[in-house]
Design a protein around this ligand. Structure first.
Ligand code: SAM
Length: 263
């Protein structure tokens, strides 16, 4: 540890607060035949607690210099892969597990790509407990009609129930980052097999295209009277902005456009 060089480019702010580490762990409900994936074990503050659970642990760490510290964790159920998480093919590593979790104090510079990768991978992650930047947690858990509510809120809420557990002050990390953090818990929702999420989210993205503009302006290329009909059911109209619509409303509008015009 003494000669270890902290690398800003890898988002290396290690957790040093035991209470926070226990808070993360207490939010996982491990079932039999489980696998926990950790992204960025660093010096193993969280990993040391994860290996005490009844689960196999698979950790991905980009920085080979962390190996010396991580080698000190002795557990036959821990496997560490020294690779960029974003570049690995998860199904090469994950087989025969009934329950898969992701538990991590993630490198903040790739928060969204990590979550998108997990959602788009062909492994089924039932729960995630993640440390993220506080502002990002607020955006992920934002309620419709608020400033923080945006495209990614809707996207994430389509796949997972999002719950903010608590804020974590910057003093809990070493070296101390400039921003505060928060723990969030994501719980998988059952999938809506009649919807093509790619199509749906291309449409949602268009709704949010210019955040200050209303739906009429952002959706001028779509059939506005069909959209207007659906909005009426929710006491909304085309002068509302995308941030006023719930996930259910986006889905209803999408379905209506799809069935009437193939989109
Ligand atoms: N889990 C440790 C803790 O809580 O103390 C370290 C967390 S630190 C915020 C993020 C970790 O992710 C660092 O160890 C960093 O090297 C690692 N990391 C950064 N980018 C990564 C990537 N693309 N793939 C895998 N690990 C990465």
């Amino acid at each position: 540890m003494s000669n270890f060089k902290f690398k800003k480019r890898y988002g290396q702010n290690f957790l040093k607060d035991d209470k926070t580490l226990n808070e993360i762990i207490s939010n996982i409900t491990v079932k039999p035949k489980s696998l926990i994936i950790e992204i960025g074990p660093g010096h193993g503050a969280l990993t040391k607690k994860l290996v005490l659970l009844d689960a196999d642990i698979l950790a991905f760490e980009i920085d080979l210099e962390a190996k010396e510290e991580l080698d000190k964790i002795k557990s036959s159920r821990l496997k560490i892969i020294y690779k960029d998480f974003l570049s690995v093919n998860l199904s090469d590593y994950v087989k025969d597990y009934e329950n898969i979790y992701v538990v991590a104090n993630i490198p903040y510079y790739i928060t969204t790509p990590i979550i998108e990768k997990i959602i788009n991978s062909n492994i089924k992650v039932g729960e995630m407990v993640l440390m993220v930047q506080k502002e990002v947690a607020d955006r992920f858990a934002a309620k419709c009609g608020t400033n923080e509510y945006g495209y990614f809120t809707v996207y994430l809420n389509y796949y997972y129930d999002v719950k903010k557990i608590c804020n974590v002050p910057k003093e809990c990390f070493y070296p101390q980052p400039k921003v505060d953090s928060a723990i969030i818990k994501l719980t998988k929702k059952s999938s809506n097999e009649f919807i093509n999420p790619k199509d749906l989210f291309a449409f949602v993205k268009q709704c949010f295209k210019f955040k200050r503009k209303n739906l009429k302006n952002n959706l001028s290329n779509y059939n506005l009277s069909t959209i207007s009909e659906v909005l009426k059911r929710y006491n909304h109209d085309l002068t509302n902005r995308a941030e006023d619509l719930t996930l259910i409303e986006f889905i209803d509008i999408y379905k209506s456009l799809k069935s009437n015009f193939g989109m």
